[in-house]
Design a binder for this molecule. Structure first.
Ligand code: PAF
Length: 279
C-alpha cells in the first residue's frame, strides 16, 4: 500500500498506473475508519483495479469549531485497517496541501443542500462539495463510493457530478450497523458505552416511524411519538425526523415507494444521523 501526503507525487503515481489499469475507485473519508468504511473499500476493490482512500478532515464543511476540534483522528490505526482491507493507495493531505491558496470560489449546492442537514449545519454541504470536487480533480477516479448513512450528502454529490459533468460513476453503499442497530459512524468513537446504548434510540425511532407510516399513521403523530421516545432517553436530543422523497428530499405524506426517513440528533455533545429507506 502506498501513502501520499502531497498532491504532486500522487498525481505522478496515478498517471503511471493509469497506462496499465482500466479503472480507479475512490473512497473519500475523514478517517477514524470503521467497518462501514471497509465495506466501501470492498465495494471499490470488487469493481476497480486500484482503490484510493482519501483521509482528510475537511475544515470547510464544519460549521461548528468544537465539532471540528473533537473529530477523531486516528491515522495510524486507519493505515493498518486499510492495509488489511487491501486498499492500494492512501491520500492523507494536510490543510496546507489541500487549501494552498485562499479559497475565492464559493459553492452553492442549491435547494437540496439547504434543507434537513443544510438547515441545521449551514454551509456544510458547500464545504463537502468544495472538497469532493478537489478530490475528484486530484485523483480523477472512474468510480467513487459513499456511505448511505450520509443520504443527503450523496444526493448533493450526485447533483454535483451531473451539473459539473464529472465522468465518475457514484455508488451508495448500504449502512453498516452495530449489532445494537446503531449506524456505524466515526463520531461513535466519542461515545462511552452507556451513550452508545442511548444512541440506539435513533434507529429504534426509525423502525417505529416506519411501522407507523406503513400503517397509515399521520406523520405529525409519528413525529410526536419519536420526540417522546427520544425525550425519554437520557442525554438524547432530537433535532429532526423527516419523511421525504429520495429523489428531491421534499416531504411526503403517504407514498412509501421511493421515500426515506431521516433522523438527526445529539447524544451528549455528539451529533449523529441515520436513515431508513422505505418501500
Ligand atoms: O462523508 C465524509 O466522510 C465526508 O463528508 C467526505 C465525503 C469525505 C468529504 O469530506
Amino acid at each position: 500500500m502506498e501513502i501520499f501526503y502531497e498532491i504532486k507525487p500522487l498525481r505522478a503515481f496515478l498517471r503511471g498506473k493509469r497506462k496499465n489499469l482500466s479503472s480507479i475507485g475512490l473512497v473519500p473519508t475523514m478517517g477514524a475508519l470503521h467497518q462501514g468504511h471497509i465495506e466501501l473499500i470492498k465495494a471499490s476493490r470488487g469493481q476497480n483495479d486500484l482503490t484510493v482512500c482519501s483521509i482528510y478532515v475537511n475544515p470547510t464543511q464544519f460549521n461548528n469549531a468544537f465539532d471540528l476540534e473533537k473529530y477523531p483522528r486516528t491515522l495510524d490505526s486507519d493505515k493498518e485497517k486499510l492495509e488489511k482491507a487491501g486498499c492500494d493507495v492512501i491520500f492523507a493531505p494536510s490543510n496546507e496541501e489541500m487549501y494552498q491558496t485562499k479559497s475565492e470560489i464559493g459553492f452553492d449546492v442549491g435547494e437540496i443542500g439547504s434543507v434537513l442537514e443544510g438547515e441545521f449545519r449551514p454551509g456544510h454541504f458547500n464545504g463537502v462539495a468544495q472538497v469532493v470536487c478537489k478530490l475528484f480533480n486530484i485523483i480523477q477516479p472512474n468510480r467513487a463510493y459513499f456511505g448511505q448513512k450520509d443520504f443527503q450528502q450523496y444526493k448533493v454529490i450526485e447533483n454535483l457530478v451531473d451539473e459539473l459533468q464529472f465522468d465518475i460513476q457514484l455508488t451508495s453503499v448500504p449502512i453498516f450497523r452495530e449489532r445494537s442497530g446503531l449506524a456505524m459512524s466515526s463520531r461513535n468513537q466519542r461515545l462511552n458505552e452507556s451513550e452508545k446504548a442511548n444512541a440506539t434510540v435513533f434507529y429504534q425511532s426509525l423502525l417505529m416511524a416506519s411501522e407507523l407510516v406503513k400503517k397509515g399513521e399521520q406523520f405529525i403523530t409519528v413525529k410526536n411519538k419519536v420526540k417522546q421516545m427520544c425525550e425519554a432517553t437520557p442525554n438524547v436530543k432530537l433535532e429532526y425526523i423527516e419523511w421525504v422523497d429520495t429523489k428531491n428530499l421534499k416531504p411526503v405524506q403517504n407514498v412509501l415507494d421511493g421515500s426515506v426517513l431521516l433522523i438527526a440528533g445529539y447524544v451528549g455533545d455528539v451529533r449523529l444521523i441515520d436513515n431508513l429507506l422505505l418501500e
